[in-house]
Ligand binder design. Structure first.
Ligand code: KG4
Ligand code: ZN
Length: 374
């Protein structure tokens, strides 16, 4: 494995402040469901002892997206080193670890299998408990490990159940009420593309590269969000579902009429206008979810955004304002815990272990695994 491709997380910033457990539970978490091979050791006092993310992005970039076969092969080549380095950096051996956790789905099954089999092998050979983590639950629970405000300022780390969750990643876009570990009520979801897919596809149309979300986010910061008019699908309708394919088609149609080369100003304005339509849709749908909750007298205290798209500065800022308007606390994971990472899987491992949700008989990893089926 190529050492310069490994991101060694800055642990200083990641140490939690709760020190309630005398002998904290240590969990080794493994993530391999998409294009990151990652492992982390996290303890039940909210500390990340070590965290390694081996990103395969350079390997997939020339194809404009993740190639599942290449991803699976890259996970196989990286997984042992990633796990060993994670233990070494925390100054721990496998004997010090209390729980093993790995993503068991949903995701690209070739990659999921690599991480899951590694975790199963370690658990079986050491007799340690094993947690099969739903990748989406990793995203959903990580704000309870560590949460920040929209700008990334660390705040009160206690995100208590229940909370309203905007889960927006490359593969999913859902509004959920998180009642507890393993307890998810689906409030709304996309009828077609995910928000992350929309970002990635629009970036690809503009020839900006992969993954598109961070590039569009950056270009949008210098653009005029009113320069182009994009649709706001479903926003004139009640309910909490999303549709992003209309925004994508509008982008395609407009670019067909205005082909490259494009000036920097055109690209920045286009990104800002597209992003504004995604932000408006998310705010509109969450606003409906909050109104429904209010009517049912079931308004949660906290609004949480998670998943790779939660890195988006405009979305974080808009949701912080929306939360304040509705008298809610806003929380988001720190930037490096939004996109796929092993720490979120380790934390979900700890949360599941605490409530006894461990693997008792061998299980098969699942390419599809909705949060409502936990
Ligand atoms: O959660 P994640 O790492 O992987 C999945 O589980 O899918 O999310 C990846 C997605 C990609 O679509 C990427 O473009 C998007 O998150 N993303 C962003 C930003 N950073 C990553 N989207 C918008 N703005 C960003 N700053
Ligand atoms: Zn993810």
């Amino acid at each position: 494995m190529d050492d310069e491709k490994i991101i060694h997380m800055d642990m200083g910033a990641m140490m939690g402040n709760a020190t309630d457990d005398v002998r904290p539970t240590l969990c080794l978490g493994i993530e391999s469901s998409c294009d990151e091979t990652s492992a982390a050791i996290v303890d039940s006092n909210h500390n990340i002892l070590s965290h390694i993310i081996y990103s395969q992005i350079p390997e997939h970039q020339k194809y404009g997206g993740v190639v599942p076969e290449l991803a699976a092969r890259a996970h196989i080549l990286a997984i042992d080193d990633v796990i060993q380095q994670t233990l070494a950096r925390a100054n721990k051996t496998i004997d010090d670890i209390d729980v093993i956790a790995a993503t068991a789905g949903p995701g690209l099954i070739g990659g999921v299998l690599v991480g899951w089999m590694a975790a199963t092998g370690i658990a079986q050979s050491t007799g340690k408990p094993l947690v099969a983590v739903n990748h989406l639950e990793g995203h959903a629970l990580v704000p309870r490990l560590s949460a920040t405000s929209a700008s990334g300022v660390a705040g009160d780390t206690s995100v208590d159940f229940p909370y309203l969750l905007m889960l927006a990643s490359g593969g999913h876009c859902q509004i959920l009420l998180v009642r507890g570990v393993g307890q998810y009520e689906l409030i709304g979801q996309t009828l077609d593309d995910s928000a992350g897919e929309a970002f990635d596809k629009v970036a690809k149309m503009l020839g900006l590269g992969y993954p598109g979300g961070p590039i569009v986010d950056k270009r949008a910061q210098d653009g005029d969000s009113k320069a182009f008019k994009f649709p706001r699908p479903l926003c004139d309708k009640p309910g909490c579902d999303f549709s992003f394919s209309g925004i994508k088609t509008a982008a395609r149609t407009f670019l067909d009429k205005n082909p490259a080369p494009h000036s920097d100003k055109f690209i920045n304005d286009f990104c800002a206008s597209f992003q504004a339509s995604v932000v408006d849709c998310i705010v509109n749908r969450l606003n409906n979810a909050m109104n429904d909750a209010r009517v049912r007298d079931a308004m949660p205290k906290t609004l949480v955004v998670a998943g790779g798209v939660a890195k988006n500065s405009a979305i974080r800022n808009a949701l912080e304002k929306l939360a304040a308007k509705n008298g809610m606390i806003f929380a988001a994971p720190p930037m490096n815990l939004c996109t796929d990472n092993g720490a979120m899987i380790a934390w979900a491992g700890i949360e599941n272990y605490r409530v006894g949700r461990v693997v008792k008989t061998p299980i098969a990893p699942r390419p599809r695994w909705p949060l409502t089926e936990l």
